[in-house]
Design a protein around this ligand. Structure first.
Ligand code: NAP
Length: 277
């Protein structure tokens, strides 16, 4: 029996960078075949080649903008056509729209939800049948902002709160059907996300506003997400500062008043950058 064509598969969105690319490497190292979805074809091709060099035919680049439901749907079909099955789906792709509520348009909020929320619902609906058949898993990447909304972070936090609400319901809907559902909520991870502007475009020379010492390595974060999925955990909070913040928000939210007061000013300069070219 051909081990390769028999091996399980996982589709990872946002696999051209950061947490998604590291997750793809980790699942691939576990022997799974991986579908790599993102918009930047050059990045996907490089990762596809890296993985296929190790095991021919084990990685498939799926160039798609998932804010367009037709492109997401076509990518899932291509994955099924090539690998013949889908055992897992990680809805990881995302970016952040930043700015005060009075400085953002409804269109800014819509754009945030078009990438961070609706594809998480649509992606699930597209692979549901496969996951039930294969007793697979569905994971979405939320954030510490799934619990905490700070000044100038309303759009991003709204999107991540929504993903948490979706995943909590989905966990209980799918449990009786043998599909495990996991929400991963990272704190600061060292990736490109804070160099992406409010239109979802990566700017190589933008400044990283978070100090190096506070950020977890993307590979470490990906490893923790993978372990949580394997253990069928409903939720995992990634990073120590993330765990502490979520715990405080749950039990003593008043303790975060200084964080709310302080963050508006601290984020002002960065928000200017996010709205820039
Ligand atoms: P990243 O390095 O910027 O990677 C984001 C990925 O999403 C890229 O592969 C990007 O690929 C893809 N993507 C963005 N918009 C897309 C679209 N419309 N269609 C298809 N793909 C799209 O950021 P990351 O930190 O790894 O982010 C991964 C997830 O972790 C996100 O959901 C983010 O909200 C969450 N998160 C990150 C942190 C952190 O500190 N890094 C903290 C909390 C939560 P293309 O540009 O090639 O399309």
């Amino acid at each position: 029996m051909d081990v390769l064509t028999e091996s399980k598969t996982v589709l990872i969105t946002g696999a051209s960078a950061g947490i998604g690319a590291e997750l793809a490497r980790k699942y691939h190292a576990r022997g799974l075949r991986v579908g790599l979805l993102a918009r930047r074809q050059d990045r996907l091709q490089a990762l596809e080649t890296e993985l296929n060099t190790k095991r021919p035919g084990s990685a498939l680049g799926l160039t798609a903008d998932l804010s367009d439901p037709a492109q997401l749907s076509a990518a899932v079909q291509k994955m099924l056509g090539t690998f013949g099955r889908i055992d897992g789906f990680v809805a990881n792709a995302g970016f952040g729209v930043a700015g005060r509520v009075d400085s953002l348009s409804v269109e800014d909020y819509r754009r945030q939800f078009d990438t961070n929320v609706f594809p998480v619902i649509h992606g699930f609906q597209l692979v549901r049948e496969e996951l039930v058949k294969n007793r697979g898993f569905y994971c979405a990447v939320g954030s510490v902002n799934s619990y905490l909304s700070l000044p100038t972070a309303s759009a991003y936090a709204m999107s991540k709160f929504s993903v948490r609400a979706l995943m909590e319901a989905l966990y209980w809907e799918m449990k009786p059907l043998g599909v495990s559902v996991t929400l991963a909520c990272p704190g600061f991870v060292k990736t490109e996300i804070r160099k992406v502007n409010n239109r979802g475009e990566y700017r190589e020379h933008a400044k990283e506003p978070v100090p190096e010492w506070l950020m977890m390595d993307a590979s470490v974060a990906a490893g923790q997400i993978l372990r949580a999925i394997e253990r069928k955990k409903p939720e995992v909070i990634i990073t120590l500062h993330g765990k502490i913040l979520v715990w405080i928000e749950r039990h003593f939210p008043w303790m975060l008043i200084p964080v709310h007061r302080g963050s508006a000013g601290a984020r002002e300069k960065w928000n200017g950058d996010k709205n820039g070219p």
